[in-house]
Write a protein that binds this ligand. Structure first.
Ligand code: AMP
Length: 279
């Protein structure tokens, strides 16, 4: 496995390789990331993982400084997973003139809702860094988790709008045995907060059961979710039922519908979602 920190060195190595699948990450790797690597391997002979805690996608009051950076463990996990290349640039390498002097990519229709509404500038930062990674790594395939559903939707729209010759592969959400969606941020949770955080996946399961029993009005499903979260005293940023393509609210589930949650458990902000599929 080659670990590369500069753009120039990456380009040199990349030029000698054929089909490549990229898994972009911010490190603190868990089984969810490893499942993306596994899926990447099914799409290309070579797999690259990028590890970069991108400063431009964090808000001023968010957790950029305290975001976990267990570099040696991450490299061991990549090695173990059979990754061929790790691209691990410094912020200076990615933003030599400073982030604010860099490009901004805006997809307002898809980014002024859900996460984008609660994290101003977040998707501009995500699009900025992923466009740069696409140009540096030049993968044919890139794998993204459905846990960050809006990110996947925004990046698919970006890749299409900017004609990146890259297939984006959506990957299912990996969960802990008790249902909690895996996340690098789960390590912030105290045992008590972790128990309360379980209400997120439980709320989604309850809504799915309600939907399966014939309730298609989204306001009723949303109420169920809100009640379940509030019982555990979570601070809700949003609970929303939206069209998976437009991300606009849906009143009745008559086609696949994204049911998405963002909530804070103490100081930790967690997101999760499911797709409701009418039969
Ligand atoms: P991050 O390191 O949090 O930026 O995540 C890197 C990639 O892993 C993104 O495409 C995420 O959607 C994906 N990912 C994060 N958590 C999970 C999970 N529990 N299951 C599957 N993919 C995930």
């Amino acid at each position: 496995m080659q670990v590369i920190q500069t753009i120039e060195a990456f380009r040199t190595v990349r030029a000698a390789l054929g089909k490549l699948a990229l898994v972009p990450t911010m490190g603190a790797l868990h089984a969810g990331h490893l499942s993306l690597i596994e899926i990447a391997r099914q799409h290309a002979a070579q797999v690259a993982v990028s590890i970069f805690v991108n400063p431009t996608q964090f808000g001023p009051r968010e957790d950029f400084n305290k975001y976990p950076r267990p570099v040696e463990e991450d490299l061991a996990a990549c090695r173990q997973a059979g990754v061929d290349l790790v691209f691990m640039p410094t912020p200076q390498e990615m933003y030599p003139a400073g982030a604010s002097a860099d490009i901004v990519i805006d997809l307002p229709g898809l980014t002024n809702v859900l996460e984008g509404r609660h994290r101003p500038g977040h998707f501009a930062g995500v699009c900025q860094v992923v466009a740069k990674l696409f140009n540096i790594v030049q993968p044919q395939v890139a794998c993204f988790g459905q846990k960050d559903y809006q990110q996947l939707r925004v990046l698919s729209a970006m890749a299409r709008a900017l004609n990146f010759p890259i297939t984006l592969v959506p990957c299912p959400t990996l969960r802990e045995p008790d249902g909690l969606a895996m996340s690098s941020r789960n390590r912030y949770l105290s045992p008590e907060d972790r128990a309360r955080a379980l209400s997120i996946s439980r709320a989604l399961s309850l809504a799915q059961e309600q939907f399966a029993s014939g309730i298609h009005q989204t306001n009723r499903l949303i109420t169920t979710v809100q009640k379940t979260l509030l019982e555990q005293h979570l601070n809700i940023d949003y609970v929303a039922a939206v069209d998976p393509m437009s991300l606009q609210p849906v009143e009745r589930v008559e086609a696949p519908t994204l049911l998405a949650i963002a909530a804070r458990v103490g100081a930790t902000r967690l997101i999760d979602n499911v797709i409701l599929e009418p039969r």
